[in-house]
Ligand binder design. Structure first.
Ligand code: SIN
Length: 277
């Protein structure tokens, strides 16, 4: 929500909120962020105030903010995901979608563990779908043996779209102390280093499912955004670049028409999934 105080939300297409859990979470021990030579490692551990706080205090403030609002849910069990969906369901006037995060690399229970198994993803998405009519977008990890198969399982179970990809599990080391750079030891890598990984995942999942994909992973400028669209993304989300300067969101929006023209397109919709192979 801090982002709302930094930029005018009506100038972007939408926002995806930080993943929320049933109960408030304090998150992982510090340090939680480490900048690498070409990206950022984080081990936040899903720190958040809990879904009731989101419903009572944050979402109402976003009503009429001028852009699409997506909530994101993360649970430690299938039941928790379903309960989260149930609690958000009454907010369909505010929410354009719910992201089902089954790919956080920084928690001991749930997270990437869930996203690795087709059966778990299928049953979890079906369970969530039973409790909400808000469109579901499942957020997957690249750290699985075949992301396209997981994507198909999510879509066949009721996910209308996908959010690809979460951060890539990674480790940073301080050699002078022989210690991890992060309090949580492992972290998730984001930023330019993971863009080629993300583009491959988006392309594979686009070909396997054809559903709307929100692409993410190293989108730093409008050219990156167009590359994601060519791979099959209908929209892109920006994370790491905003840590440096929240106004990057404006730059991407403003530059998009020019970069689309460089690719021979007049609109974003005509370029989606047009990778020549
Ligand atoms: C975190 O809170 O640790 C990052 C969120 C995520 O990777 O899903």
């Amino acid at each position: 929500m801090e982002i709302a105080s930094l930029i005018d939300l009506s100038r972007v297409g939408g926002i995806i909120l930080k993943s929320v859990t049933l109960n408030p979470r304090e998150g992982n021990p510090f340090p939680r962020i480490w900048e690498t030579s070409c990206g950022v490692l984080n081990s936040v551990g899903l720190e958040n105030p809990g879904v009731d706080f989101l419903v009572d205090n944050i979402l109402p403030r976003l009503e009429g903010c001028g852009c699409a609002v997506f909530a994101s849910i993360a649970g430690e069990s299938e039941e928790e995901y379903a309960r989260l969906a149930e609690k958000l369901n009454s907010l369909e006037a505010i929410l354009s979608g719910i992201e089902i995060n089954v790919s956080c690399p920084n928690v001991k229970k749930g997270g990437i563990e869930f996203g690795a198994y087709l059966e778990t993803v299928a049953s979890l998405v079906k369970g969530v779908k039973n409790y909400t009519s808000i469109p579901l977008f499942t957020k997957l990890s690249s750290a699985v043996s075949d992301i396209a198969k997981v994507a198909v399982a999510a879509v066949e179970s009721g996910s209308v779209g996908l959010s690809l990809i979460n951060t890539v599990p990674a480790l940073g080391i301080d050699h002078t102390r022989r210690k991890s750079r992060l309090g949580g030891v492992y972290g998730g890598l984001s930023g330019p280093a993971i863009k080629p990984v993300a583009l491959k995942c988006v392309w594979e999942c686009f070909r396997a499912t054809g559903v709307p994909i929100i692409g993410s992973g190293g989108v730093m400028n409008a050219r990156d955004a167009v590359e994601f669209m060519i791979a099959g993304a209908r929209a892109v989300s920006v994370g790491t670049a905003l840590l440096r300067d929240a106004r990057t969101a404006y730059e991407i929006v403003d530059e998009l028409p020019r970069v689309l023209r460089e690719s021979g397109a007049l609109s974003a919709s005509e370029i989606v999934g047009t990778l020549k192979t």
